[in-house]
Design a protein. Structure first.
Length: 336
């Protein structure tokens, strides 16, 4: 029997090999992406062998996908609209369902009260929901599809700004993608996509429509290239996994490559609240040094100009922390 660690390693190698075939631009050094996979040599993607069984999930095949597209910036945000166009142009069936207003930083928070929806008069497949991103995913998947149908994949983004390292715990973009893996039955895998702002560190600005279109076009290719990674032998085995994709804060023509990265542990986001009036406080972002992290982390590789792809899940357990001393202390703590 193959060990769990072995499964994780083989899955990582398979993903790394797939990403090496997804060039961002002509003459891109795709081989550089192998450094993000732990230094293993990049391998060409092997062609699929045998036909996928007719009963297999659509994501394990090669035809159009039923994609539920969401975000945390709002259903009218430029990033989600660019991705909506690119995924449809790639031949997929896309239903856009996202918060009516910006809900950044909402993580996996859920709206328990009644949620209302508004449909774009120009496109019935574009829907705004008065709820959090995670709620929008569950509402759309369970109430807005015809009976017996649902999404094959949840895609969240394109977020305005990167989501890496420990910031993932706060991200509504990531939370929306994770919602499909933990709140839907059966679980639906996801892809969360974020793009760093271009410009300078002192004066960052949102990407132009043209640059957003380039990011969206590449992401559509990435969806097609990585969909089979969620499967083994025609069966969906990674339904509780999300691929967290980040594009560096530079034009697509200057991106150095694409690679698998580990989730980092750091973030450069620092906040405080200051009085703004009687019984009122406003948040302020504090100046902070650029985050430093492991060489193979999403934080580091994104800063070096790579598109990073990080498999994540809603599992929050800390695997590397010693527990013996904690167990001893708990044993000495009386219940009564």
């Amino acid at each position: 029997m193959t060990s769990t660690a072995g499964n994780r390693q083989s899955g990582g190698l398979k993903l790394a090999a797939t990403l090496c075939a997804l060039a961002v631009a002509p003459a891109l050094l795709a081989a550089d992406a192998s450094t993000a996979g732990g230094g293993s040599a990049a391998r060409a993607v092997e062609p699929a062998t045998g036909a996928v069984d007719a009963a297999s999930p659509a994501i394990c095949g090669g035809g159009p996908l039923e994609i539920l597209l969401t975000n945390d910036d709002g259903y009218q945000a430029p990033g989600i609209r660019a991705l909506y166009d690119a995924l449809r142009q790639a031949g997929h069936h896309v239903r856009l369902a996202a918060p009516v207003t910006n809900a950044s930083g909402s993580s996996l928070s859920f709206t328990w009260s009644t949620a209302s929806v508004v449909t774009d008069p120009a496109d019935p497949n574009v829907i705004g929901i008065s709820a959090t991103p995670a709620t929008a995913v569950v509402l759309a998947a369970t109430a807005l599809y015809p009976p017996g149908r649902g999404p094959d994949l949840v895609v969240s983004g394109i977020n305005d700004g990167a989501n890496t390292g420990s910031l993932l715990a706060l991200s509504g973009t990531v939370g929306a993608a994770l919602a499909g893996t933990v709140l839907l039955d059966p679980p639906v895998p996801g892809i969360a996509v974020s793009a760093g702002r271009t410009g300078t560190p002192d004066a960052p600005h949102a990407r132009s429509p043209e640059e957003l279109a380039r990011v969206a076009t590449h992401l559509a290719r990435l969806v097609s290239g990585t969909r089979a990674w969620f499967c083994e032998g025609g069966k969906l085995l990674r339904s509780t996994t999300v691929l967290n994709v980040n594009y560096p804060a530079r034009p697509m023509a200057e991106v150095r490559g694409v690679g698998v990265a580990r989730q980092g542990r750091s973030t450069d986001l620092r906040l405080r609240f200051e009085p703004s009036g009687p019984a009122a406080y406003d948040s302020r972002q504090l100046p902070a040094a650029p985050a430093s992290d492991a060489a193979d982390s999403d934080v580091t590789l994104l800063g070096e100009g790579y598109v990073t792809v990080t498999p994540i899940s809603a599992h929050l357990g800390e695997r590397d922390v010693p527990v013996e001393d904690l167990e001893r202390r708990l044993a000495a703590t009386k219940l009564q």
